[in-house]
Design a protein around this ligand. Structure first.
Ligand SMILES: N[C@@H](CCC(=O)N[C@@H](CS)C(=O)NCC(=O)O)C(=O)O
Length: 232
């Protein structure tokens, strides 16, 4: 019975998607066990729990698996109503948050991934598109930040959009070092820059962010492998 009440997250320390779930659970103060997966040698449990995508993260609650990070975040918010809410109560505001979370998850991440797995003209185009999409997101976010600037006060109760933005760009300095170009520019996207700066100051975020040099090494390794295998 005790075993059934366990909450387990199958994840990977470097995965931005897995980080989303860790952040959400810790923000709400929900205890869980973390199982580090090896994606080169997927565990039978991971394949059993996520037979369709075979990806992390998977959250297992009372023996039942939940997959896909955005769906997991909503499940957490609906199941543990205590602590800060990840989504607003108002249905219209919830819809707006979901819209922008999906925009970042699909559109912005797509260009970011392409920028890391390509070079030459393909990479140049991907970076250009990434910056355009970030600008679109910046303009859209004025709906949530009417002053056009974010502060620690505003971001300390992490919501869904904070988590999604952090998971993609919390380590933007690492990404900029590996790509050799600025992504989060305080001149071009001042709101996103101030937002990420505020998020990176939060003690919980600092605790969950791996050291800069370690991230640079892994990202560089990932990029080199992708280029070698002609991923783009
Ligand atoms: N849409 C998924 C993406 C998850 C994902 O891409 N996970 C990666 C790690 S960052 C993975 O498990 N990859 C294994 C594979 O592709 O075989 C989510 O939001 O959870």
């Amino acid at each position: 019975m005790e075993e059934e009440k366990k909450l387990t997250l199958h994840g990977l320390w470097i995965s931005p998607y897995s980080k989303r779930v860790e952040l959400a659970l810790k923000t709400k103060g929900i205890p869980f066990e973390f199982v580090e997966e090896d994606l080169m040698n997927k565990s039978p449990l991971l394949l059993k729990y996520n037979p369709v995508h075979k990806k992390v993260p998977v959250l297992v609650h009372n023996g039942k698996p939940i997959v896909e990070s955005l769906i997991i975040l909503e499940y957490i918010d609906e199941t543990w109503k205590t602590g800060p809410r990840l989504l607003p109560e108002d249905p219209y505001k919830r819809a707006r948050v979901r819209f922008w979370a999906s925009f970042v998850d699909q559109q912005v991440f797509e260009s970011l991934k392409l920028a890391f797995t390509s070079d030459g003209e393909v990479q140049e185009k991907a970076i250009k598109e990434l910056l355009e999409k970030l600008k679109t997101f910046e303009v859209g976010m004025k709906e949530f930040f009417p002053d056009g600037i974010a502060s620690i006060e505003r971001t300390k109760n992490l919501g869904l959009l904070d988590i999604v933005l952090y998971s993609g760009f919390g380590a933007h300095k690492v990404q900029e070092e590996v790509l050799g170009t600025k992504i989060i520019d305080p001149e071009k996207t001042p709101l996103i820059f101030s937002w990420l700066t505020a998020l990176n100051e939060l003690p919980l975020v600092k605790e969950l962010t791996p050291p800069h040099e370690k991230l640079v090494a892994v990202l560089q390794f990932f990029r080199n492998n992708a280029l070698k295998s002609g991923a783009a």
